[in-house]
Design a protein around this ligand. Sequence first.
Ligand code: SAH
Ligand code: SF4
Length: 357
Amino acid sequence: MTGSYRDLVIRLTAERHLRGSAEYRHLLDPEAIREDVELLHEAARRVARVVFGSKVYARALIEITNRCRNNCLYCGLRRDNRSLSRYSLDTATIVECCRRAHDAGFRTFVLQGGEDPAATVERVCSMVAEVHGRFPDAAITLSLGEWPDAAYEAFFEAGATRYLLRHETRNSRHYSRLHPPEMSLDNRLRCLATLKRIGYQTGTGIMVGSPFQTAGEIAEDLEYMADLEPEMIGIGPFIPHGATPFACFPPGSVDMTLRLISILRLMFPNANIPATTALATLGGEGRVKGILAGANVVMPNASPSEVRASYSLYDGKACRGRESIEGLDTLKRELDAAGYQLTFEKGDFKCMILNHR
Ligand code: SAH
Ligand code: SF4
């Protein structure tokens, strides 16, 4: 037997963890009544207020390449998608994007891309060192997929201090349904353990409503994250892409995504949790809804505008207006209306959560 929904929210707020899968699944119950779910969001919002005040942290997202050696079944950048025009930005262009973002006030650059077969450790390092040298007051976050341990060490030496790599699912059976046989959950988990050991602020996370996902698997994801103690957590709904094997699967639910943001905020009071682009793409006012559910980060798009449409992880991906650095004023106004202020502070929060088990 699990406690009532309200009891679970109160206990999760106080203790930062629940007792096993059934209790987490109860919080995700699609039949839960609205008032109870609102209580969950309120609790998470209050915790975020205590830790971050009314600040929402801005990071500039620069999509440096859409070439990828991998074939993840859910992703529009997968190598078998021949209908995509491919690009990789050279270092000068990346520096130029950083310059624009820096001029607009940003002090964190998130450099994300597919696993570009042309990207060697040396090339990535020289690009990171160049950005680091030119903008020493900015933090560099990488999100470039799986690499050998020595590569992660070298990127860190070159000046990257944060790394985002969603584990996608902690269940190996589920993992193997989302990825081709040459990819493995073990390798993904090895990468994440290495990133933590090196001292990166490490981000992980999942897509909500990915094909074949069950509430039990989400509970496994939560338990894994409780063990890993990530400093950043990316949670967005799955959105189908027409040129992938998952084209006909339905998108993930905005409601469940918001509930998970709130649960994770209660588990990790000082983690950096973005209101993701996927959430913004699906839910009207998605960014603000994410903030009101306990998220504290937004990542407007700062890629060159001519390549944005080609970085099509999923159909309809928002990349303009308030989802981009050109629309920063609109985003600021929206946050302001909801009682939040956009800040460019780097917000270095070391994971404080105690391991409860
Ligand atoms: N290649 C890197 C970074 C780019 S993909 C990597 O895989 O980590 C960044 C994230 O986009 C992935 O972690 C995945 O969770 C998300 N993504 C990919 N396809 C998606 C889809 N169809 N719907 C929602 N998110 C998706
Ligand atoms: Fe490549 Fe990342 Fe897309 Fe997988 S999710 S195909 S690794 S870009």
